[in-house]
Ligand binder design. Structure first.
Ligand code: NAD
Length: 499
């Protein structure tokens, strides 16, 4: 029995396996003083952690990483039990996560150490440097669909930057958070990573108590989190929903594109923020692509001992998927599956073609195994339609023409674009990740992800008295005469641009 199992029944979160409904674990429903206590412990941990410096933090993080790796099978079993996803998918999530933790630990010093910048000719007597300081305690609020990979994209980078973290996981998947904190306690032994299990109210209280928020979840919740964060001007990075499009040009490798449509749309039962929810295919290859997608979808196993994907993790999501399927079928045609595919917690794959662009199935996040394939006349039209939602998380372009791919990538309003793959960026730790528009702002992963969890501090050290000293009440008329002559010399010489 773990500490989590001892929580009194009235104040606990109980998780259930979406496959069979069996209880998985009981965790405390933290509220009030529990939240304050978690943040207080993390504050003490933050002081110790910051004092360690880059080299010791790197060693601790890598040691923690090896403890996580040693328990990967156990962790995968836990992730699989709470989300319902296949064990193999959970293992893949762990592998991707550890790659990011490794990168953050090994690159924090290079990215964040104090560096010199040029002070410029006029300020030759200033030695100018930029440093990156941890905020203190970062509150990480996570979703349930990738309960390890997604929050660890914030946690790894926040810790490597020298912050302590209080991690509030989704109430559907608290297990990995508690497991991670236990491995931290074994490996490092200070309250630098604190798991805080609870619900939305727990999250809201956490927002009020920390120095920075890293939120991953729906756009609707992000807006609530931002309004609470605004009370104290607490900075926030928001990783929200998406409605990602895949663009398929006439010269694309259609077998590869079809593979990726099915992987991107149906993997994890479509419960992926950067999953493929829309496909825009050029008319000349439309029938070929649809046929290839349907051929692959027909081979998907959704029940039995070794399914390609599991049930919907959140029961209420089934209703959203059903509404979107109904909505898509009002104007489009079913190429595979249909309303009957949404019968229980395991939703069968649905492919609908030529759906009205203003329908909910095209405009709003479905988060289920439904993909809409619409026909366009050109890659330019595909870009235009891809951009025509409130979201801007990811997008994919399939073409053999490098120039066309680059032009499309430039024109897509998204935080990340893949060319000839989907999700190709997920394991590339050096690539920052995040959205634009209502998919969020700020970045996790990569150097930008490390800087996201730091306050920038600039230092200008005067090394000698300036010959022309203007920062004094004692400046003379002669000094100001010199300034008057310098202004046009320094800043008044640019010619108008040639048309
Ligand atoms: P959600 O918005 O319902 O919940 C996310 C987290 O916020 C949970 O931990 C929840 O307890 C907490 N929360 C709820 N109300 C809160 C409040 N008022 N204040 C503070 N915290 C509160 O999202 P979800 O259903 O868990 O996750 C699915 C969503 O997450 C989808 O929209 C998906 O696209 C998005 N997502 C985005 C990314 C990304 O990186 N952009 C990654 C994974 C998931």
């Amino acid at each position: 029995m773990t500490l989590a199992d001892q929580a009194p029944a009235a104040q606990q979160v109980t998780t259930h396996n979406p496959v069979d409904g069996e209880p998985v674990g009981h965790y405390p429903l933290a509220q009030g003083a529990d939240v304050e206590d978690a943040v207080r412990r993390a504050r003490a941990g933050a002081t110790w952690w910051e004092d360690q410096g880059f080299a010791a933090r790197r060693a601790h993080l890598l040691h923690w990483k090896s403890r996580i790796a040693a328990g990967a099978e156990e962790l995968a079993t836990l992730i699989s039990a709470e989300t319902g996803k296949p064990h193999g998918d959970a293992l893949l999530e762990i592998m991707l996560t550890l790659g990011h933790l490794d990168w953050a630990a090994k690159n924090a010093r290079r990215v964040l150490r104090r560096r010199k910048v040029s002070a410029g000719l006029i300020n030759y007597n200033q030695h100018a440097t930029v440093g990156y300081e941890p905020y203190g305690v970062v509150g990480v609020i996570g979703p349930w669909n990738y309960p390890l990979y997604t929050p660890m994209g914030s946690i790894s980078y926040a810790l490597a930057a020298g912050n302590a973290v209080v991690f509030k996981p989704s109430e559907l998947t608290p297990g990995p958070a508690v497991w991670l904190a236990e491995r931290w306690a074994e490996a490092v032994g200070h309250d630098v990573l604190v798991a805080l299990t609870g619900d939305g109210a727990t999250g809201a209280q956490l927002v009020r108590s920390v120095d920075k928020i890293a939120f991953t979840g729906s756009t609707a919740t992000a807006k609530k989190v931002m309004s609470v964060a605004a009370e104290q001007l607490t900075p926030i990075v928001a990783e929200c929903g998406g409605k990602d499009a895949m663009l398929v040009a006439a010269d694309a490798d259609l077998d590869s594109a079809a593979d990726f449509v099915v992987f991107g749309a149906m993997g994890n039962a479509g419960q992926t923020c950067v999953g493929v929810e829309r496909v825009y295919v050029v008319d000349t290859v439309r029938d070929d692509l649809v046929a290839r997608v349907v051929e692959r979808v027909e081979r998907l196993r959704i029940d039995g001992p070794d399914p390609h994907y599991g049930p919907m993790t959140m029961p209420s999501q089934v209703d959203v998927v059903r509404d979107h399927v109904d909505d898509a079928l009002r104007t489009g045609s079913a190429a595979f599956g249909g309303r009957d595919s949404v019968a229980g917690r395991v939703v069968g794959p649905v492919v609908v073609t030529d759906v009205a662009e203003d329908s909910a199935a095209v405009q709003h996040e479905t988060f289920g195994p439904l993909v809409v394939i619409n026909t366009v006349a050109s890659l330019d039209e595909a870009v235009e339609r891809a951009n025509a939602t409130v979201y801007g998380l990811g997008a994919a372009v399939f073409t053999k023409d490098k120039g066309a791919a680059t032009r499309a990538a430039d024109a897509l309003r998204a935080g990340v674009v893949t060319i000839n793959s989907v999700l190709g960026f997920a394991g590339v730790a050096a690539l920052p990740f995040g959205g634009v528009k209502q998919s969020g702002f700020g970045r996790i992963h990569g150097a930008d992800g490390l800087r996201e969890f730091c306050a920038v501090k600039s230092v200008a050290r005067q090394t000698r008295r300036a010959a022309l000293n203007l920062l004094t009440m004692e400046r003379t008329d002669k000094d100001m005469h010199t300034v008057a002559r310098m202004i046009p010399m320094l800043h008044g010489r640019a010619k108008p641009p040639r048309n």
